[in-house]
Design a protein around this ligand. Structure first.
Ligand code: DX5
Ligand code: ZN
Length: 218
């Protein structure tokens, strides 16, 4: 497997919303690589988090790439609101959209296009889209809430995606999201993940810089 530098993306879902700017600055200074923004619409998942105005507010406190994860039913419709703010936009294969069209629109705007799979979805479902995405996000909890335990059985999907990548025909980041801490990140990276989303473990750490450093070095 090609050696890839591990990217750590703290998830704002776990930050103190009342101090958004300070929280974004805190993880930026603590060494985060990207900032992960979980957008939820109350339809695709049973939670409502935040929308483009919040992402825009966050963007004013960092120069780091914003990695927008759309857990929404109609990702294509809302793309124009996020394209000017993000450096990557990931939508779900299970959502209600023409997946190829959404991925192409993200790439055409000069961003990295991501495709996500929820735990019950077989990873084979994204195979027809290989070559059309830059990030494959494998959910390691059921999407909707932070602070859930890591689903170890999702590592098989990570390994399978890593095998596709190893053929050399396609290059993409393998992102894991949910229940990531130093222990579970070690397993995920060993299976082939190179992009780690971490909400609770970074924002609730006593020392966020040390946590991020450890995650980068698993
Ligand atoms: C879950 C979100 C995750 C979440 C991860 O639906 O996609 O990004 O914030 O939170 P932790 O790291 O606390 O599991
Ligand atoms: Zn996420």
């Amino acid at each position: 497997m090609a050696l890839r530098k591990t990217i750590v993306a703290p998830s704002l879902l776990a930050c103190d919303f009342s101090r958004l700017g300070a929280e974004v600055e805190r993880v930026t200074q603590a060494g985060a690589d990207w900032i992960h923004c979980d957008v939820m619409d109350g339809h695709f998942v049973d939670n409502i988090s935040f929308g483009p105005a919040f992402v825009e507010a966050a963007s004013r406190h960092t120069r780091l790439p914003l990695d927008v994860h759309l857990m929404i039913e109609h990702p294509y419709h809302y793309l124009p609101r996020f394209l000017p703010l993000a450096s990557s936009i990931t939508s779900h294969v299970e959502a209600d959209h023409d997946v190829s069209k959404t991925l192409a629109a993200v790439r055409d705007a000069g961003l990295l296009a991501g495709l996500a799979v929820s735990p019950p979805t077989p990873v084979e479902l994204v195979k027809p889209f290989l070559g059309q995405f830059d990030i494959l996000l494998i959910m390691t909890v059921n999407p909707g809430f932070g602070g859930q335990p890591f689903l170890t059985s999702m590592l098989d999907k990570v390994a399978e995606a890593a095998a596709w990548r190893e053929t050399g025909a396609f290059d993409f980041h393998i992102e894991v999201d949910g229940g990531i801490n130093v222990k579970t990140a070690t397993e995920a990276v060993r299976s082939g993940a190179n992009l780690l989303v971490a909400g609770t473990s970074v924002f609730r750490a006593q020392d966020a810089a040390e946590e991020i450093r450890m995650l980068k070095n698993v």
